[in-house]
Each structure stands twice: as structure tokens, then as C-alpha cells.
Design a binder for this molecule. Structure first.
Ligand SMILES: Cc1ncc(C[n+]2csc(CCOP(=O)(O)OP(=O)(O)O)c2C)c(N)n1
Length: 309
């Protein structure tokens, strides 16, 4: 994926979430919403060289992961707006999105819940003799959970094709990471012999370079890697959280390090403008698709529970 494609995906993610946020404020998003605005370079950098058959396991803050793995903005938008045409028929919303046909195993409302799922996905890939990989996103809050140690242990023991991507946006709900976490996230794999690296999570190229190396290692049987991508969420923990626990100055400093502005800087401005216009059309169409779709009702509850014998 070249720089224009990476920028396009980041811009798509940003405009998607800004648009969903507006819908949330208008009362049209039935569930909770966690925005990843400011963190787009992590998802795009980690996913830009993945194949459709590779697996991605996401978190409660996962729209950027879904889009980077190839989810269609219209069906994703429809899901968040509780519409029958959404990926989970409008039943799940933001934290229950799964698109198996593109390897998106799921977003997940349980902090750390994706770690054992991704470990299982990587084990499945290995058992089937495929050369695919699994990428597991998790937040720095999940890095304090015991399940990370279990996942790292099994991944190292069995040389699983797994890339752990810790998205360190520096706040665990309302708590700064310094109050929550001892040690360094990127060193969490040392005891298991898992290589770890900390990267600038606001620079898509830097994330992509680290991810590509980790993915290549995993594909060739070299086992897991742990990447810590340091970034920042521009908005509160959830849509509606005014984030009064942060300094305005701190937020302003991070906004100056906008990953989109940095990526745009390496493009011809005319190319970037044209990509921006394409995305406005795509987002407009996605929103129209969602708003024109039927609102989900109880009739969708039983879909997909049983398979034909
Ligand atoms: C097992 C569990 N404990 C607590 C929560 C409540 N909770 C939701 S998000 C969150 C913070 C997660 O922080 P982090 O993993 O750093 O992700 P971020 O929100 O920063 O993206 C918490 C504690 C939860 N959903 N699951």
C-alpha cells in the first residue's frame, strides 16, 4: 500500500468517526461510542500490508481497525446506527462487529478480551498449516490484565503467528497510564523471549515498518512480536465524556502531531485534495445508506444462531 492509500484510509477513518459522532449527538446511535480520532496511524500502519485471510482482533475502540482491515463504511455505519443492513444486523453496535469474510474477528467490549481470542486465531492458522497471521490490538489498560501474560506465554511457547499491537493512548478510561501501569509495555514480552518495540504511533510509516517486520517474522514461522504504538485519543473515553481530567495544553500538543497532517505532508496537495473529495462522497453515501436502512427490531435477534445440518 503506498502513501496515498495509507492517507486515504486514515482520512476515511477520521471522517467516518466525525460523522458517527454527529449522529450520536443527534441521538441516532443507540449504543455507546468510543472514538479513535487521533489514533488512525496505528490501525492503518498495522493493517496496511495484511491479506484478507489474515485475522484482526479489535477492541471497544475499534472503528479504525475495522476500516483498515477493509470493512465497508456503509455497513459499518449502518451497524452503529442500529440498522438491519449493518454487519451484525444492527444488534451489536460498536463493540460487536465481526466480518469473518475479511478476517475481522471482532471488536470487543471486554478489556483484554481480544488477547485469548487472537491467540486462538493464531493457533488455528498454525494448525491449518496456513501462512497467515493474526494481529491483536489492545489498549494500555489491557496491558495490566493477567490475560496478557497468558497470551504471551502460549504465543511464545508455540511460536504462534501473532502480532500484539498495544495501542498506548495514555488514558485508561479517566486514569493516566502512569497511575495505572508499572514498567514498559514494549518490554512485557521479554520474559517469554518475544521481541518488543516501542514506536511513534502517530507516524503511519513508522508503525508500518515495525508491523511489516513483525508480520514477516510471524508468516515465516518466527513467532510473535509485541509492538507498542504510542499515540493519543483526541476526545474523551466515550462520546459524551468531556475529559476534564486532561490539560487543554496536553491535548493541543498532541493535536499538533496529527497523524493525518503528517501523512498528507508527503503527498502532492492536489492528490490529497482529490482523495479528500472522494472520501466526502464515500462517507456521504455510507450515511445515506445507513439512514435509509430499516431500524433493527426483535426480528433480527434469532439470525445466525443456528446452522443448517
Ligand atoms: C474486563 C473489563 N474491565 C473493565 C472494563 C471497563 N472499561 C471499559 S474501557 C476501559 C479502559 C480501557 O483502557 P485501554 O485498554 O487503555 O483502552 P482505551 O480505552 O485507552 O482505548 C475500561 C476499564 C471493561 N470493559 N472490561
Amino acid at each position: 500500500m503506498d502513501m496515498a492509500d495509507r492517507y486515504r484510509l486514515m482520512r476515511l477513518s477520521r471522517r467516518f468517526e466525525e460523522t458517527v459522532h454527529e449522529q450520536f449527538e443527534a441521538g441516532l446511535v443507540p449504543g455507546p461510542l468510543h472514538l479513535s480520532i487521533g489514533q488512525e496511524a496505528v490501525a492503518v500502519g498495522a493493517c496496511c500490508e495484511l491479506r484478507v485471510t489474515d485475522a484482526v482482533v479489535s477492541t471497544h475502540r475499534g472503528h479504525h481497525h475495522c476500516l483498515a482491515k477493509g470493512a465497508a463504511p456503509d455497513r459499518l455505519m449502518a451497524e452503529l446506527l442500529g440498522r438491519r443492513s449493518g454487519y451484525s444486523h444492527g444488534r451489536g453496535g460498536s463493540m460487536h462487529i465481526a466480518v469473518p469474510e475479511i478476517g475481522l474477528i471482532g471488536t470487543n467490549g471486554i478489556v483484554g478480551g481480544g488477547l485469548p481470542i487472537a491467540t486462538g486465531a493464531a493457533f488455528g492458522i498454525q494448525t491449518m498449516g496456513r501462512d497467515d497471521v493474526a494481529v491483536c490490538f489492545f489498549g494500555e489498560g489491557a496491558a495490566g490484565n493477567g490475560v496478557l501474560a497468558e497470551a504471551l506465554n502460549v504465543a511464545a511457547l508455540w511460536d504462534l503467528p501473532l502480532v500484539f499491537v498495544a495501542e498506548n493512548n495514555q488514558y485508561v478510561e479517566l486514569t493516566p497510564v502512569a497511575v495505572h501501569l508499572a514498567g514498559e509495555i514494549c518490554r512485557r514480552g521479554d520474559a517469554y523471549g518475544i521481541p518488543g518495540v516501542r514506536v511513534d504511533g502517530n507516524d503511519v510509516d513508522t508503525v508500518a515498518t515495525a508491523a511489516d517486520e513483525a508480520i514477516a517474522r510471524a508468516r515465516s514461522g518466527g513467532g510473535p512480536t509485541l509492538i507498542e504504538a504510542v499515540t493519543y485519543r483526541w476526545f474523551g473515553h466515550y462520546a459524551g465524556d468531556k475529559a476534564g481530567y486532561r490539560d487543554d495544553e496536553e491535548v493541543a500538543q498532541w493535536r499538533e502531531r496529527d497523524p493525518l497532517v503528517r501523512a498528507r505532508g508527503s503527498l502532492d496537495p492536489a492528490v490529497a485534495d482529490s482523495l479528500d473529495s472522494d472520501i466526502e462522497r464515500e462517507i456521504g453515501a455510507a450515511l445515506a445508506f445507513a439512514l435509509e436502512s430499516d431500524v433493527s427490531g426483535t426480528e433480527v435477534l434469532a439470525i445466525d444462531h443456528y446452522a443448517a445440518a
